[in-house]
Ligand binder design. Sequence first.
Ligand SMILES: *Cc1c(COP(=O)(O)O)cnc(C)c1O
Length: 360
Amino acid sequence: MSYNRVYNFSAGPSMLPESVLEKAAAQMMNYEGSGMSVMEMSHRSKVYESIIGSVESKLRKVMNIPDNYKVLFLQGGATGQFAAIPMNLMTKNKKADYIVTGQFSKKAADEAKKYGEVHIAASSKDKNFTYIPRQEELDLSPDADYVYICYNNTIYGSTWDYIPETNGIPLVADISSFILSAPLDISKFGLVYAGAQKNMGPAGVTVVIVREDLMGNAVPYCPVVWDYKTMSENDSMYNTPPTYGIYMIGLVLDWVEENGGCEGLAKINEAKAKLLYDAIDQSPLFSNPVDEKSRSMMNVTFVTGDETKDADFVKKATAEGFLNIKGHRSVGGMRASIYNAMPTEGIEKLVEFMKNYEKE
Ligand SMILES: *Cc1c(COP(=O)(O)O)cnc(C)c1O
């Protein structure tokens, strides 16, 4: 069935698989004989309890989450976690190491400064965030409460190509634009978290995956909705969770499983990203500034080197149905966010469009 949909290259909220949207539409008026939409259900009802329970077990399975980690469904976005993380974890030595590889890690570091001492252990700002610092460049503190990274830099189009060694200090990672795109060894982290609206569902849910022993030390003024221990003890239902968004994540997880899980999607995503990077690398017009080994599979940035030409390209691409291809306002140029739900065909057509534009 054709709905006349566009190829939406938005960095988030972003495309969802069409079959997921169809399933949600089919279940909209009466969810499995309950006589109501999931939106209308009490979060304390049996039927909703089974929804949230099954979403958690699907996520555990798909991401291979070890048993000693809790899964929380919170609100406040990834930005809420910029504050929640120090309030929960920066409580022993009141000190944390932040590695700044883009705007979101910079914002996280700035927020954390309200709660304790922030040490910038490395930054790639010197080259406009086009690379990921190497292990030997990290100036890690022996007494940090945690080390913080942003695993995939949505704005600059780079990804950590290795997991840094932190010598027993908990590693915390923002995986908002990485989650479900490829396998990730959760046991290497103390905490990972992601806003749903990039690769997992609609905006409004933030998934936090936290090692059990790191909970229970929140500062007394930590809002209860962000106290990991309280939220965990109440199965993310201390208060009303973002019920519909959580249900949508469940539908997306079913789709992830149908596509071979994170392993299967990683292969597809690698092939998708390669199509676009090859086209950029072979192009006489477009180029990508990111260090080759740390290029993001999810957010592909490119420029012509001429702002007027960039604007012209974006305008013509938009007219052809390639939407939200303009780079972030702080970077300029173009950015194609090609999350799980972007079909290969969308990238093939974009590449074809880029080639024709070059000829012109
Ligand atoms: C989008 C994004 C954020 C901000 O998310 P909000 O939900 O808007 O707070 C933070 N970090 C990363 C890596 C992102 O991609």
